[in-house]
Design a protein around this ligand. Structure first.
Ligand code: AMP
Length: 404
């Protein structure tokens, strides 16, 4: 059977197709339909042959809506001979609220429950729902499964998920920490413990998902016990364009003193802050290049970014009570040796020592199994770089849901 994984955004659909093989999931195609609804659209697909060689095809033409995007995807998979045995679609859904703690086969009632989470994730869930609706309309023969970014963090204890606000805000408004990037944290935590040759049950890890969005998680015995994102993906680490932590009073100050509307404040904190707000760029490669050329604003942005991560690392070591490994993943974590070195510098207090010769130039995706150890021989804590694969995790969770 084949499993299609869809990640539907407001103007894009990312997808991957996996073959469920005796030896595990085989990636057969990946693609992206983007600028949906705009005057110029683009769609591309990379087909992965059995021997691992790839071939790419692309179309530059307007894509009117998500339905047109979905039709493009299915027709390209069919013409590549890859959709003969398509059995299920796994959908990434950002917010499951307290409702969803596991991958869930989608029916009308589930759609209504996902819709009920929209107030918690107005920037994300509507696009995920569009993808689900289009897939159900155009391919009613397939089983659709929702895999939630929040689900892995459903194991957070109350001390970690409660905000110190009146209980009615939790019961009536759902105000609590949910956490996101769950499929990535779960996947890299599992890969890391396997690479260490240890069981998940005995390991205490901090996983650092550092991409354009960024979050940290403390994972104890394979379960998430603390994470940096909260009610929404805005809390926590400094991100490409999101502020991460700030004093909530900043929001009232901006509304009262600067006359900004709540929507404007939301936009500034989500889209104009983070690295972009600090230095005018959000692509870390550009910022590192600027800093290397002596640009002080770019260096300050990196300093704030690194400082925040180190603060969380120390806090999560305290939460866990012992640290076995730190795991770096996602665009920045997997690729930037300089940031990994800066984050781990002078952390003897936590038993963390990175070996420069193991870290320099290291990229997880280039390693045969996507895992690289960068800690020094005498480091008490393992430091691993693990290539994340959220789509594979979603495909696995999708199969799990339809088989249970
Ligand atoms: P993601 O959201 O996981 O795709 O990560 C995107 C972020 O990873 C962007 O800020 C990129 O600049 C960063 N990134 C990707 N490749 C590299 C690299 N080689 N060195 C530093 N940062 C990188």
């Amino acid at each position: 059977m084949q499993v299609l994984v869809l990640n539907s955004g407001s103007s894009s659909i990312k997808y991957r197709l996996f073959d469920d093989h005796a030896n595990g999931l085989l990636l057969r195609a990946r693609g992206l339909v983007e600028r949906i609804g705009e005057s110029t659209g683009r769609a591309e697909q990379v087909v992965v042959a059995q021997d691992g060689t790839t071939s790419k095809e692309a179309d530059d033409a307007p894509i009117t809506d998500h339905a047109a995007g979905f039709r493009w995807i299915v027709s390209r998979l069919e013409s590549a001979g890859l959709a003969d045995d398509l059995g299920a679609i796994g959908h990434r859904v950002v917010h499951g609220g307290s409702e969803f703690t596991a991958p869930t086969v989608i029916d009308e009632a589930v759609i209504a429950r996902i819709e009920a989470q929209v107030p918690l994730a107005p920037l994300h869930n509507p696009a995920n729902l569009t993808g689900i609706e289009v897939a159900r309309q155009l391919r009613p023969d397939l089983t659709n499964v929702a895999v939630f970014d929040t689900a892995f963090h459903a194991t957070l204890p109350p001390a970690a998920y409660r905000y110190a606000v009146p209980e009615r805000l939790l019961t009536e408004q759902g105000v609590r920490r949910y956490g996101f990037h769950g499929t990535s944290h779960a996947y890299v935590a599992r890969r890391a413990t396997a690479a260490l040759g240890r069981s998940e049950e005995e390991c205490k890890l901090v996983t650092l998902h550092l991409g354009n969005g960024a979050s940290a998680a403390a994972v104890d015995g394979g379960r998430s016990v603390e994470t940096s994102m909260g009610l929404s993906p805005l809390e926590g680490l400094v991100m490409g364009t999101r502020s991460g932590d700030l004093d909530p009073a900043v929001i009232f100050h901006l509304i009262r003193e600067a006359g900004m509307s709540p929507e404007e404040v939301e936009r500034v904190l989500n889209r104009e802050s983070g690295l972009l707000g600090l230095c005018g760029d959000n692509d870390l490669r550009t910022i590192e290049d600027r800093a290397a050329e002596g640009d002080e604003t770019a260096q300050l942005a990196l300093d704030v970014y690194v400082h925040r991560i180190r603060k969380y690392l120390g806090a999560y070591a305290a939460v866990l009570g012992r640290l076995d490994a730190v795991v770096f993943t996602a665009g920045v974590g997997e690729n930037s040796d300089t940031l990994r070195a800066a984050i781990c510098a002078d952390l003897d207090v936590l038993g963390i020592r990175v070996a420069a010769e193991r870290n320099d130039g290291q990229r997880a995706a280039k390693a045969p199994d996507g895992v690289v150890a960068i800690h020094a021989e005498d480091s008490e804590v393992a430091v691993l770089v693990v290539a994340t694969d959220e789509e594979r995790e979603i495909a696995e969770q999708t199969l799990l849901a339809i088989r249970t």
